[in-house]
Design a binder for this molecule. Sequence first.
Ligand code: IMP
Length: 200
Amino acid sequence: MARIFDGSKLVIASHNLGKVREIGDLLAPFGVETVSAGDLGLPEPAEDGLTFIANAEIKALGAAKASGLPALADDSGLEVAALGGEPGIYSARWAGPNKDFTAAMALINEKLGSTTNRCANFTCALTLAWPDGEMASFEGKVFGDLIWPMRGHKGFGYDPIFVPTGHTMTFAEMDPAQKHAMSHRASAFKQLINACFKNS
Ligand code: IMP
């Protein structure tokens, strides 16, 4: 059984404002005050793990040890079946230093060429770490197909080319609430809340 989070303050081990806000909102109903690694001036550790969970653990443990508080980290990305799971843990890096996701999506389309297998999934790993080194990790996935050209302007990252199974709109065409009800992040969060938070 995973350890229960019984504190009142949690570090969000991310320097990404969007992620910090989204995670803070998700945890607000549990009376948890969140503070970001960026606000605490914590260094960004090298994400040199080989899996989403390994990278989430590196970020969560680094922040928990540096702050003396429990810390939560998220690592996520897009896995394309016909590309052997690429870009996977390198999803952010495929967009380059300018975070150009239009170019990253065009690269995926170019690499797929005439391949008919357009299956892909998003994965989200969440790790909650305590300063004494204990950790609990959870992984959520959402499956779908890649389309081209891109469609929609909502969301972020690879959302404009991803159509979840059973739907016709891309994640970037959906309202955020619709995406969040079925996303890889929502699935990982549900598991985290059920395992580690009391009022679930
Ligand atoms: P991380 O910040 O290292 O975990 O990088 C995650 C990257 O995966 C993001 O920059 C996006 O490119 C991609 N990604 C993760 N979740 C999503 C999503 O919900 N929609 C679109 N792209 C996503």
